[in-house]
Ligand binder design. Structure first.
Ligand code: PLP
Length: 403
């Protein structure tokens, strides 16, 4: 599948330390960009650039058309009901903070509760802790099993009459676990509680349909899905967004302003204060089109096969400890080898041209649960190959001989 596709990613032919061909296995942190994305953005800068929504002139209208076409592309990609439910943010982190702040202001009071899980990224923990400081809300935490699955048997018991929201990651950025989000939504809704899904690690790997999931909010980042940095999406059901106050004030999000009273714009602009990163919207839309042309089903099949291959090969390494479930997992593998420190392993792999991530992966509570400080994490894309998995395995073996 990927020989032709790899040609779309110029960075993949780079040599590292002028010696090794790059083996890029840090895709969960950020993905590389196909030339189609970069070219679409360059083209807009060269030929269209003008501020959106405020100009009567030709370029401004064309830039606005591109921005709104991009919104429609995102709507289609997520199968949202309406473009009014698609809000552009700077990324997953900002999307979650928007909900925490705005939903919090509208619907939460001191003593109210938000349910999260033990495998959340810091952005889905700290955003709520800020609301603890502002409003006095508390977190309830759904634990995980030793092999990195949610303890679904304990979920019911976490609900109380103070539960206002469940906020859960779709796929763990450390364990690769795919969480049963539809089941969580069903249980939460039976208590009248809405659900936010952190889709940072799911959207790049398999088809997502927010109507099928039934979730109330869904967040993802452009840069993790082959698009540019600085752009992300918050999907929100209209019935919630309509009742939530703006997150930030400024241009674009208003209808009328006087010193006495301001009225707010309609959805989605109510949540998009200031000049948006309209060039990045074009890049994101081009990335989503690119993925749709390959087919998200096809991407999922290829990556699952590659991950299975990687799990099989890695598990043959003596002294390796692989975290997370054996099945129902996406293209992320966290591991430790013997007593080699994750940082040493990552640094030495880098000297062989292999890019992996090391550390706590912005999931310190999960590290504490696993009783470790950090892991080495290899994360895959459809442009990775079995040869690259073999290079990783050989690299780990070489590092082992140094200890
Ligand atoms: N949630 C998860 C599961 C992630 O993996 C990440 C990034 O690694 C984030 C949230 C934050 O994404 P961003 O830094 O793009 O806002």
């Amino acid at each position: 599948m990927n020989d032709e596709l790899r040609k779309d990613f110029p960075i993949l032919i780079r040599k590292i330390y002028d010696r090794y061909p790059l083996v890029y296995l840090d895709n969960a942190a950020t993905t590389q960009k196909p030339r189609q994305v970069v070219e679409a953005m360059t083209d807009e800068y060269y030929n269209v650039n003008a501020n959106v929504h405020r100009g009567v002139h030709f370029l401004s209208q064309q830039a606005t058309d591109l921005q709104e076409a991009g919104r429609e592309t995102v709507r289609r990609f997520l199968n949202a009901r309406s473009v009014e439910e698609i809000i552009f943010t700077r990324g997953t982190t900002e999307s979650i903070n928007l909900v925490a702040s705005s939903f919090g202001q509208a619907f939460m009071h001191e003593g109210d509760e938000v349910i999260v899980t033990e495998m959340e990224h810091h952005s889905n923990i700290v955003s709520w802790q800020l609301m603890h400081d502002r409003l006095g809300i508390n977190l309830r935490v759904l634990p995980i099993t030793d092999d990195g699955r949610l303890r679904m048997d304990l979920l019911e018991g976490l609900f109380s009459e103070r539960t206002r929201l469940v906020s859960v990651t779709h796929v763990s950025n450390v364990l690769g676990t795919v969480n049963p989000v539809s089941d969580i939504v069903q249980i939460a809704h039976s208590h009248g509680v809405p659900v936010l899904v952190d889709g940072a690690q799911s959207t790049p790997h398999f088809p997502v349909d927010v109507q099928q999931l039934g979730c109330d909010f869904f967040a993802f980042s452009g840069h993790k899905i082959y698009g540019p940095t600085g752009i992300g999406v918050l999907y929100g059901r209209r019935e919630w967004l309509d009742r939530m106050p703006p997150y930030m004030g400024g241009g674009e999000m208003i209808k009328t302003v006087s010193f006495e009273h301001t009225t707010y714009n309609d959805l989605p602009y109510k949540f998009e204060a200031g000049t948006p990163d309209y060039i990045a919207v074009t890049g994101l839309a081009r990335a989503l089109d690119y993925l749709s042309q390959i087919g998200m089903d096809q991407i999922q099949r290829y990556e699952r096969d590659l991950t299975r291959y990687a799990l099989d090969r890695l598990s043959q390494i003596e002294g390796i400890r692989i975290f997370g479930p054996q099945d129902e997992r996406e293209a992320v593998i966290s591991f430790l080898v013997g007593d080699i420190h994750h940082l040493d392993m990552g640094t030495l792999l880098d000297r062989l041209g292999i890019a992996v991530r090391t550390g706590h992966h912005c999931a310190e509570p999960l590290m504490r649960r696993l009783g470790i400080e950090g892991t080495v994490r290899a994360s895959f894309s459809f442009y990775n190959t079995r040869d690259e998995v073999d290079a990783l395995v050989e690299g780990i073996r070489r590092v082992q001989t140094m200890f």
